[in-house]
Design a protein around this ligand. Sequence first.
Ligand SMILES: Cc1cc2nc3c(=O)[nH]c(=O)nc-3n(C[C@H](O)[C@H](O)[C@H](O)COP(=O)(O)OP(=O)(O)OC[C@H]3O[C@@H](n4cnc5c(N)ncnc54)[C@H](O)[C@@H]3O)c2cc1C
Length: 201
Amino acid sequence: MGGVKIDGRGATSVPGLFAAGEVTGGLHGANRMGGNALSETVVFGARAGNSAADWAKRSGAKERRSVLRRLDERFRAFESLRRDETGLLDRIRKIMWEEGGIVRNEAGLSRALGNMRDITGSFSFSGPGNKKTLTSAQVSAIELRSAARAACLILEAAIRRVESRGSHCREDYPKRNDQQWMGHLQVCTAPYGDVWEFIAD
Ligand SMILES: Cc1cc2nc3c(=O)[nH]c(=O)nc-3n(C[C@H](O)[C@H](O)[C@H](O)COP(=O)(O)OP(=O)(O)OC[C@H]3O[C@@H](n4cnc5c(N)ncnc54)[C@H](O)[C@@H]3O)c2cc1C
């Protein structure tokens, strides 16, 4: 049950960005009991909403502007797709459904990762633009690139964890390995590269 890392208030590592529910990870370990997901959305949704409101009240105009400027620069960096994006999101979904699902193995995961990296290579980075608003094509490019990037991280995490745990089944490593894998695999993405860390429970 992976996802974005949050603290008890729903805060992510991005200042001013709060998250709750299915997009977050860490609360349930490697599996989730029936009914717990909906309780989670109610409890953590309220916490994240209240925390976001507190943050907005507490932070000054300068802090808010700096967050927006950073987001804006990041969004404008993805100006366009090199080729037509029609069908790309469906392709991402199909790859993840077929090779990155509950039952997986190294061959399928590596194949999927290669295909997903090809997709991330279809975006051109034309640098920050001057336009006041984003075009719908730019918004699609941002969403697609983010989806492909998230898929790459999920696949890489699944390749690294060479055991089966909870609802994650590796056909090639069917047994649970508490000695080496009792804990969380965390990735921090940064401009100079991804930093992977194993945090033992
Ligand atoms: C088949 C199935 C059965 C389940 N059964 C149970 C159960 O019995 N008990 C239980 O506790 N849990 C169950 N779950 C899990 C539970 O439904 C989810 O964990 C919960 O709904 C997650 O809520 P959420 O608000 O975090 O995300 P979601 O419900 O996925 O809400 C995300 C929302 O964001 C919208 N969105 C996405 N992208 C964008 C975008 N770019 N811009 C604007 N909006 C966007 C989506 O349209 C959606 O409305 C089940 C899940 C599934 C799939």
